[in-house]
Design a protein around this ligand. Sequence first.
Ligand code: ZZB
Length: 259
Amino acid sequence: QEYTALKLLVKEWAPEAGAAIKGKVPEGANVYFVPATLRPETMYGQTCCFVGPKIKYGVFKVSEEEFYVITDRAARNMAYQGIFPKNGVYEKVAELVGSSCVGTLVHAPLSVHKEVRILPMESVLPTKGTGVVTSVPSDSPDDFATVTDLAKKADYYGIKKEWAELEIVPIISTPSYGDLAAPFLVKKLKIASPKDVKQLEEAKELAYKEGYYQGIMKIGEFAGEKVEVAKPKVREQLIKNKEGFAYSEPERKVVSRSG
Ligand code: ZZB
């Protein structure tokens, strides 16, 4: 899988995570949460970024000034892709459990929402991508189901309701599902919660196909262009601006979020 890894700069740590990295990451260094995405063209619509609450993350040193929050597994893969200074070597300076990061404020490149929160998602797989997932509820049914659930049960999740309620703006228009494909499909397939994994899998497949082959960009520098055409351009732009980089991982048996 060829992903685009995106760099979400930490602006303000959640207290528990802030305490855990204190003294381990130099004051003033830039720390990034690094989600892996197959849909760089949707980055305009990020409303939050997910971690698995029970997943263990490392804070890995890229240079004196740059650190990445990702799983150990992703760091190991990245170490052979020229992302760290020495081939095969990845230095972990601290560890963070996902739940401690919830509430952290990060800068989301390209998004209409400049700053978004780190929020919990139970279905994040530790064995895929970087274990960090950026949320685009306009175009990802899983993300729409999760932010809806988070807002509904904010107290239960220990978050502020408004963190899960950022406006969902149209990014891509499609002939079959309108310009908010994920909310449309979640409603159409009668998906009630993130636990409806079977219907969510189907919704994801439909959204992928329609978005890629029929979608037209509604926003950003490539508005009016076909998604197929805009996708590599947005990716190149993120990479050129050092807001993202290419990250690939070997094919695995289980490739989907819901297993
Ligand atoms: C932003 C985005 C916007 C995504 C969208 C999808 C969609 P796939 O097809 O099953 O391989 N993802 C990445 N890592 C993980 C993880 N560790 N656990 C769970 N989900 C993860 O899924 C690739 C997508 O799964 C990635 O692309 C990421 O979400 C998520 F509008 O990034 B995506 C119709 C999908 N739309």
